[in-house]
Design a protein around this ligand. Structure first.
Ligand SMILES: *Cc1c(COP(=O)(O)O)cnc(C)c1O
Length: 398
């Protein structure tokens, strides 16, 4: 008999775990008044930058804010062109649209489901300001050709590494290769900061300064001891004014709280262990499903560390004996397992149909999305749960 807890684990979407260390950190910050953007945020930033091997990191309120801030820092503005993949969470494309940019998509590679650098080539125009590769499901895009094109054409590469915290491409960490890397600590991601959270990383001091300014209303404190000293002695009351505040521009409030950051620091120490469990769970699924006719299982490209945010499977309905939609239905109502569809192609959402996109423009993405399901591989899943998942999939095949 299957324990009810297993079915529960196979139905919830978030796989991250909190333990006594996170609890203790929360209590500690609470007793310090639970501030925003204090020492815990600074510490989390330093630790995260060190983990990614980047010079700088800045915590933000979520992954969408991370993308928005990165585009802003790269100078993307009204009328600029931003390219990304149609198979992603809408936030990737939405961040560019809300900045007034014109978004276009690049069709995907049918094996990795990541944007296809070969097709990117033909989409670059003079006003292409930024390209956002998304490291989908935890596997990095083929970054070398993208970075080469960026060098030649002068667009900014902003990595959406929300699925790939801890992922690697040829020894380089996801998020560390472009001018900016964006992370999310939403409850479904590989680590979480109490349900919401995000991070931007960069090696570029000018980009980092823009992150810092625009994250918090472009506030700058001027004073005697800073390089921004703008003291005008004649205007000083009693000839003395040690500091004053000014705003360089209008910005936003994308700050994170110390309570979240303190939890983030602990989650970061557990990230590699969590990811290892995801990798092992994925290998176990691959072993268990490899002989099921009509299923295409994920491939890890050589040189990549795939951190399996999700485990994507393509279903060939003629061979497997059931369409993708019937499979999702049967898994839920006959087996009690929730499998996902990540994602509906963004260009076919009402938000982008109304911006002029239509079916047929990105055929590889559209064909994959019709046959794709994602299976849970998060660290919460026990061997017993994975066995039940595998048996269920086998028993539904014709
Ligand atoms: C989660 C996610 C985001 C957005 O992150 P939020 O923290 O939810 O705002 C962006 N892109 C991808 C690929 C994601 O999975």
């Amino acid at each position: 008999m299957l324990r009810p807890a297993i079915k529960y684990d196979l139905q919830i979407k978030h796989g991250n775990e909190y333990g006594p260390r996170e609890e203790a950190a929360i209590i500690q910050v609470l007793r310090q008044g639970a501030p925003t953007s204090g020492v815990a945020c600074q510490r989390f930033e330093q630790e995260f930058a060190a983990y990614c091997g980047t010079r700088y990191a800045r915590v933000v309120s979520n992954g969408t804010a991370a993308l928005f801030l990165s585009l802003l820092a790269a100078g993307v503005t009204r009328g600029d062109r931003v390219l990304t993949t149609p198979i992603t969470w809408i936030a990737t494309a939405a961040a560019a649209v809300t900045l007034g940019a014109e978004v276009d998509f690049i069709d995907i590679d049918p094996v990795t489901f990541n944007l296809d650098p070969e097709k990117l080539k033909y989409k670059i125009t003079a006003n292409t300001k930024a390209v956002i590769p998304v490291h989908l499901y935890g596997q990095c895009c083929d970054m070398e050709p993208i970075l080469e094109m960026a060098e030649k054409s002068g667009f900014a590469v902003i990595e959406d590494a929300c699925h790939a915290i801890g992922g690697e491409y040829k020894g380089r960490k996801a998020g560390s290769m472009g001018i900016a890397g964006c992370f999310s600590f939403h409850e479904q991601k590989n680590i979480s900061t109490l349900g919401e959270g995000g991070m931007v990383v960069t090696n570029d001091p000018a980009i980092y300064e823009r992150f810092s300014l625009y994250r918090s209303h472009c506030t700058r404190v001027y004073g005697e001891s800073t390089k921004y000293c703008r003291l005008d002695e004649s205007k000083q009351p009693m000839g003395k004014r040690f500091w004053f505040q000014d705003f360089d521009d209008v910005g936003y409030n994308f700050r994170m709280t110390d309570m979240q950051a303190a939890v983030g620091s602990i989650q970061l120490t557990r990230l590699d262990t969590f990811n290892q469990r995801r990798i092992e769970n994925a290998a176990y699924l691959t072993e268990g499903l490899k002989d099921v006719p009509g299923l295409t299982l994920p491939e890890v490209m050589s040189g990549n560390k795939h951190v399996f945010h999700l485990y994507p499977v393509l279903i060939d309905s003629n061979v497997y004996g059931m369409s993708r939609d019937d499979f999702i239905y049967a898994m839920l109502y006959k087996k009690g397992i929730k499998v996902g569809t990540h994602y509906i192609p963004i260009h076919l959402s009402r938000a982008f149909i109304s911006r002029g996109f239509r079916k047929g423009q990105f055929p590889v993405a559209e064909a994959a999305a019709e046959r794709l399901v994602t299976l849970p591989v998060n660290p919460r899943q026990s061997r017993e749960a994975l066995d039940y998942l595998i048996e269920s999939i086998i028993s539904l095949a014709c």
